[in-house]
Design a protein around this ligand. Structure first.
Ligand SMILES: *[C@@H]1O[C@H](CO)[C@@H](O)[C@H](O)[C@H]1NC(C)=O
Length: 226
């Protein structure tokens, strides 16, 4: 018993500033999702919901919780890469929204959707994702995963107009609708025409090639977690 008590005290003094007896003692600790008292020291809570867990593309993120002597503990679990045939992802398609997309370009008004992040420094949810999420009734970007490269799909004539597309970086992404691919007479894709809104610009038509920002080869079709 003394041994246990000693080890608890030892754990506590290792980092005295984070020493605690109850979760309540940790309320000042600066953690994104709050903190709890674990083995006499304050630890950050990893997640509160699945969306808080960052897993690689193609993986399912889960905020797993378990109960232990009156405490609930949360931690992130990434469910591993699924073979193409059993992917829990479906391609996001909304070709039937063509008219609605064209109307938004004509109206020249931002499309807002609360499922998208707000634009930096504002409360307006009118990012490029908001346009796609709203027209396609899609879930938030956190449920998206990278599909096929648009440039390749274009050269194979395997993509239809008004397919939603996106870049897939950690941040600074752009989502849009493909309108058309420009090809040379021998079938080489040299440009994409897209419909897009940005935080700054209402829905508009934009031409992309390999010298623009973003570049046309950075765009992929969107897979959405089921
Ligand atoms: C790429 O697009 C820009 C902007 O539309 C255009 O000015 C430029 O000439 C294009 N470059 C090529 C190689 O097509």
């Amino acid at each position: 018993m003394n041994g246990i008590l000693l080890s608890l005290l030892f754990l506590c003094t290792v980092n005295f500033s984070q020493c605690c007896w109850k979760d309540h003692d940790c309320h000042d600790h600066s953690c994104q999702y709050g903190s709890r008292c674990h083995l006499r020291s304050c630890r950050c809570i990893e997640c509160l919901e699945d969306g808080h867990c960052q897993c690689s593309a193609g993986q399912i993120s889960e905020c797993s919780s378990f109960h232990f002597f009156g405490h609930t503990s949360h931690h992130c679990v990434c469910h591993g890469n699924y073979p193409a045939t059993q992917q829990p992802f479906v391609k996001l398609e909304c070709n039937h929204q063509k008219i609605s997309v064209i109307e938004s370009i004509a109206e020249n008004l931002h499309v807002e959707d609360s499922r998208a992040e707000p634009c930096p420094g504002t409360t307006k949810h009118q990012t490029s994702e908001a346009f796609v999420i709203n027209k396609c009734n899609s879930k938030a970007r956190s449920s998206w995963s990278k599909g096929e490269q648009v440039k390749t799909e274009c050269s194979n004539d395997a993509i239809s107009p008004y397919t939603p597309i996106s870049t897939f970086y950690d941040q600074g992404n752009m989502a849009a609708f493909l309108i058309d691919c420009t090809k040379t007479t021998d079938g080489v894709v040299i440009g994409l025409t897209i419909a897009v809104q940005t935080c700054h610009d209402a829905p508009m038509v934009m031409n992309l090639n390999e010298t623009t920002t973003p570049r046309m080869s950075e765009f992929y079709t969107i897979l959405q977690q089921k």
